[in-house]
Design a protein around this ligand. Structure first.
Ligand SMILES: NC(=O)c1ccc[n+]([C@@H]2O[C@H](COP(=O)([O-])OP(=O)(O)OC[C@H]3O[C@@H](n4cnc5c(N)ncnc54)[C@H](OP(=O)(O)O)[C@@H]3O)[C@@H](O)[C@H]2O)c1
Length: 352
């Protein structure tokens, strides 16, 4: 029996991760709730598989009984983290996932004491959300230990997968969020915008605030009390985002949400192999202290989904090797700011 279980292995991202895990010789057990899809994936990848739905605690316990770590790829994670974390706490299995959902990070953070008591690591967010941003935040905090504010921005190319789009719909009515004086505050959609220089030219790139997972995680990693996160988007898209805030109450209606998710299920595929090979991702970060001094660094790396595969498996390999500090962890909190530099093709630059 392998030490690694990949749950939700036959989704778009789960399958990319499962294929790479096999290539890297990790011999994962594939798991999920749909027997037929799992069977054919396991056959294709020559792996063991186990069927277990999240509503069956006994089956989840059997699935995890001999495992060292589970990598949960079944999202939206607001619907999946809890039964899997509970099973991990019962069976003494390390938990990793690829969530980017702010509320999920905070909910898992609240299990810190229980995880420490169980000797279990809870490490959500080992994909593009939030490994590069979290590592850049930790690097900037090292550069400026008295930083009082942190701003992070990212730019991703070439589309999203079905599950990511569904997860975005899941949180459409949640508005935005920033961290102020150590507390998470609700703010409107895209309430602030600015330009940042991702590394190509003085005109910079237009970015607007989104409630990225780092509003939770960067604080736990660095202790910096004020955190704002931005995503690159053209000014026209910012206007649309702000208008979407006006219809947010409508989006919270379950039939509207279900309808949108059905539509995504019918129409969204996800980036193809060519896009994943050629696309790039960019992360920019800035810290300031009370004296107004600043430090700016940025990262450039592979396509977000290619990066997610590498960061998720890099973290999982560490956990399998016994490098799994007990309790709630962030990626850079557990493995340091250099974790991201292990990924081939990632470059970091200190600008100011
Ligand atoms: N951190 C990152 O950078 C990053 C990168 C990529 C994706 N993601 C996130 O990862 C998640 C998956 O994305 P994706 O594009 O791979 O989605 P996808 O293709 O729709 O796959 C989702 C997988 O999760 C399973 N699943 C969903 N709800 C479940 C539940 N309640 N119980 C059991 N299994 C469940 C699905 O199984 P069924 O088909 O049986 O429903 C499927 O195997 C999304 O939340 C996305 O936002 C994060």
């Amino acid at each position: 029996m392998s030490g690694l279980v990949i749950y939700g292995s036959y989704g778009y991202t789960g399958d990319l991760i499962a294929k790479a895990a096999v290539e890297y010789g990790l011999d994962p057990v594939l798991a999920g709730r749909e027997r037929r899809t799992l069977e054919s994936q396991a056959d294709r990848l020559n792996c063991e598989f186990e069927v277990a739905s999240l509503g069956e605690p006994d089956l989840l316990d059997m699935l995890l009984d001999d495992a060292t770590a589970v990598l949960n790829c079944a999202g939206p994670f607001s619907r999946t983290w809890e039964p899997m974390v509970e099973a991990c706490l019962r069976t003494g299995t390390h938990y990793l996932d690829i969530t980017g959902e702010l509320t999920v990070f905070e909910a898992i953070h609240r299990q810190d004491d229980r995880a420490e008591d169980a000797g279990v690591m809870l490490l959500p967010g080992v994909g593009f959300d939030v490994v590069p941003t979290d590592c850049l935040a930790a690097h900037l905090a090292d550069r400026m230990p008295d930083a009082a504010t942190l701003e992070l921005a990212f730019r991703a190319e070439n589309g999203v997968s079905r599950g990511t789009a569904k997860t975005m719909v899941e949180h459409l009515d949640g508005g935005g969020a920033v961290r102020r004086d150590g507390h998470i505050e609700d703010v409107p959609f895209a309430h602030e915008s600015r330009t940042v220089d991702f590394g190509w030219g003085l005109d910079g790139q237009h970015v607007a605030t989104i409630p990225w997972g780092d509003v939770s995680t960067a604080y736990h990693t660095t202790g910096i009390p004020n955190v704002t996160t931005y995503m690159a988007m053209p000014e026209r898209a910012v206007r649309i985002q702000r208008a979407a805030g006006l219809v947010a109450p409508l989006l919270s209606l379950s039939p509207v949400r279900t309808g949108l998710q059905w539509l995504i299920g019918q129409t969204t595929d996800g980036p193809d192999a060519g896009e994943r090979e050629t696309g790039e991702s960019h992360v920019w970060g800035e810290v300031r202290n009370a004296e107004g001094e600043r430090a700016v660094s940025r990262l450039r790396g592979p396509h977000t989904y290619a990066l997610t595969v590498e960061t998720a498996l890099s973290a999982a390999e560490r956990a399998l090797a016994g490098n799994a500090p007990a309790g709630y962890q962030t990626p850079a909190g557990a493995y340091g700011p250099e974790l991201i530099l292990d990924v081939e093709g990632v470059e970091r630059e200190d600008v100011v």
